[in-house]
Design a binder for this molecule. Structure first.
Ligand SMILES: [Zn+2]
Length: 478
C-alpha cells in the first residue's frame, strides 16, 4: 500500500506466461464460483487443490480477512482517526460466514478462530502424507461493509478483494496467521492458479486481476469466466461509473478504469511506461494484462497481482501512486514477502524503484525523491522523540510492534528506501540493477526473507550484505 505521507501521514495479447511450476510439478489451484448480489453479499464456493506440505498433515489453515471488518473485531483495519472518512454513513460491519467445509470430498470438521476470527482450520479425516494431493471445498457467504477500504463498497466502487478463504503460508512448522492491522498490509500467500466464475448485475463494469475467458449475459446478470496462473491473490473492483481506457506495454494490455480523472490518457500512459520501465529494469512483466482502477479507498493505493487500486482522493499524487503500485507488481507480486514481518522489503524497494521511474517525469529528480524520504524520516523521528518514543529503527519487525502509523512510514517506507539507495551507491547503479535482476530471476514467484536479499548483495560485493543488515537491524544512521 502507498500511504501518501503529505496527505495521510501515513483483447487478447500473446500469453507471456506459461507456468511458475517446475516441469512435472502440480501447483495449487483455486476454483471459485462467485455471485455478487444487489444487497452487497457474495455467495461463493471454492475448491482448493494442493499438495501436502508435511508428513501426517491433518489440517490446513485459511485466512478469513473479511472478519477483520466485523463489528466484533478486536483489532480494526481502520485507525480511529480515519473512522469518519472510512465510514461516511456510519459504521457498517462485514464478514464471511463459512457454510460448508469438505476435505477430499467428505464433510469435514472445521474451526474458526484466532484474532478477529480471522482463520479457518479445515481438518482431514485421515492425515496426509507429505506430497499427497488433497482438496478442500468451502461454501461461504460474504457481507460487504459500507466502507472505503479494500473489502467493502462506497459511493462509486465495490472493492471485492481479500474476500475468499486464502491458504495461509506454511513456514517453519506452522501456518502463518497475520492479523489485519490498520497500518501496513497483512497479506502473505503462495502463488497458485485460479479458475473463477463471477456473476454480477449487468449494470456493473468489472475490473479484474484475471484474463476474461468468456462472458455470458442472462436476465440482467453477467457471468465472467476468468483464468490466471501463478498469482498470489485475485481482486475485483466494480463500478457503474467506470470509463475504460486501454493501452499496450510491449504486448501487455494495460487498462485504466476511472470515474474522476481530468487527464486519464496521462494516467494510463504512466501505467504503460511503468510496466515497460520495470520490465526492462528488473524482470519482464509475466502476465498478459494489467489493470489500474480508481476506487473508494481511504488510503493512497493498494496492489494486487495484475491489478492496482488507486484512491480517487490522491489528487496531484495520482501518477506517483500509479507508479508506486505498479512497482509492487515486482516487489510483492513476483517477489513475495511476509508483509506483516518484513513490510520494509517490498515497500522500500518499491519506493526506490518509483523514484528511479519518476526521475525527471514531474520536474523532480531521483535525488529529490531520496531527499524527501530523508526529510520525512528526520521529521517523524523528531516527532517521536518529542513524544518519548526512542525505539531503535529496526526495520524487520511485526506490524504490531510499531507505535504508530507514522513510525511505520518512517521505517518501512523512508528508512528502507534510504537504505536501498545507500546500497545502490555502494554497488554502483550498474551492479545494483544487475544484482536485483538476478535476485528476481532466481526467486520469481517465491517468498523471500531479509537473509535471501543480504546474501544476494553480499555475493555482488563483499560487505554489502552486512552493510544492508546494519540498516535492517537499526544500528546504522541514515
Ligand atoms: Zn506500497
Amino acid at each position: 500500500m502507498k500511504k501518501l505521507i503529505c496527505i495521510i501521514c501515513c483483447a487478447l495479447f500473446l500469453p507471456l506466461f506459461s507456468s511458475c511450476k517446475s516441469e512435472g510439478e502440480e501447483g495449487a489451484n483455486y476454483r471459485l464460483n462467485l455471485v455478487l448480489n444487489e444487497d452487497m453479499t457474495v455467495d461463493g464456493s471454492m475448491e482448493y487443490s494442493f499438495t501436502a506440505e508435511f508428513e501426517n498433515q491433518s489440517y490446513i489453515t485459511f485466512n478469513l480477512y473479511p472478519n477483520a471488518f466485523s463489528e466484533n473485531a478486536t483489532v480494526s483495519p481502520v485507525f480511529e482517526r480515519d473512522i469518519p472518512s472510512a465510514y461516511p454513513n456510519g459504521f457498517s460491519g462485514g464478514k464471511v460466514d463459512i457454510l460448508t467445509v469438505k476435505t477430499n470430498g467428505k464433510t469435514a470438521d472445521f474451526e474458526i478462530g484466532g484474532v478477529n476470527s480471522q482463520f479457518l482450520k479445515a481438518k482431514f479425516s485421515s492425515p496426509l502424507k507429505r506430497g499427497e494431493k488433497a482438496s478442500v471445498y468451502v461454501e461461504f457467504k460474504c457481507l460487504l461493509p459500507n466502507v472505503n477500504h479494500r473489502f467493502g463498497y462506497g459511493e462509486d466502487t465495490v472493492n471485492l478483494t481479500g474476500f475468499y478463504p486464502i491458504a495461509c503460508v506454511y513456514e517453519n512448522g506452522e501456518f502463518i496467521q497475520n492479523v489485519y492491522y490498520p497500518s501496513g498490509d497483512p497479506f502473505y500467500s503462495e502463488c497458485a492458479d485460479y479458475d473463477v466464475s463471477l456473476t454480477v448485475p449487468s449494470t456493473y463494469t468489472v475490473a479484474s486481476s484475471m484474463a476474461v475467458e468468456k462472458t455470458i449475459w442472462s436476465g440482467g446478470q453477467t457471468e465472467y469466466v476468468y483464468k490466471r496462473d501463478c498469482v498470489r491473490d485475485i481482486a475485483f473492483v466494480l463500478s457503474e461509473k467506470f470509463n475504460v481506457l486501454k493501452g499496450e506495454a510491449n504486448g501487455v494490455e494495460v487498462t485504466y478504469y476511472y470515474y474522476s480523472d481530468s487527464a486519464p490518457e496521462k494516467t494510463l500512459q504512466t501505467a504503460v511506461d511503468a510496466i515497460d520501465f520495470f520490465s526492462s529494469t528488473y524482470y519482464e512483466y509475466p502476465y498478459g494484462e494489467y489493470a489500474v482502477c480508481q476506487a473508494d479507498f481511504l488510503y493512497g493505493g493498494m496492489e494486487y497481482p495484475c491489478l492496482s487500486l488507486v484512491s480517487d482522493a490522491v489528487g496531484e499524487y495520482l501518477d506517483y501512486t500509479v507508479a508506486h503500485e505498479t512497482a509492487h507488481q515486482w516487489f510483492y507480486g513476483i517477489i513475495g514477502v511476509n508483509e506483516s514481518e518484513i513490510g520494509y522489503l517490498d515497500e522500500g524497494l518499491t519506493e526506490l524503484s518509483t523514484a528511479c521511474f519518476m526521475d525527471g517525469r514531474e520536474g523532480k529528480t531521483y535525488r529529490d525523491y531520496i531527499l524527501e524520504a530523508e526529510n520525512s524520516y528526520e521529521a517523524i523521528k523528531s516527532s517521536l522523540t518529542y513524544l518519548g518514543i526512542t525505539t531503535p529503527p529496526v526495520m524487520e519487525r511485526n506490524l504490531k510492534d510499531f507505535s504508530s502509523e507514522l513510525e511505520y512510514v518512517m521505517i518501512a517506507y523512508n528508512r528502507s528506501e534510504i537504505a536501498f539507495d545507500r546500497v545502490k551507491s555502494r554497488l554502483s547503479d550498474k551492479l545494483f540493477f544487475k544484482t536485483m535482476k538476478k535476485f528476481i530471476k532466481n526467486n520469481a514467484f517465491s517468498n523471500v526473507t531479509t537473509s535471501d536479499l543480504t546474501k544476494a548483495f553480499e555475493r555482488a560485493k563483499r560487505g554489502t550484505g552486512e552493510f544492508l543488515k546494519g540498516y535492517v537491524d537499526g544500528v546504522t544512521a541514515i
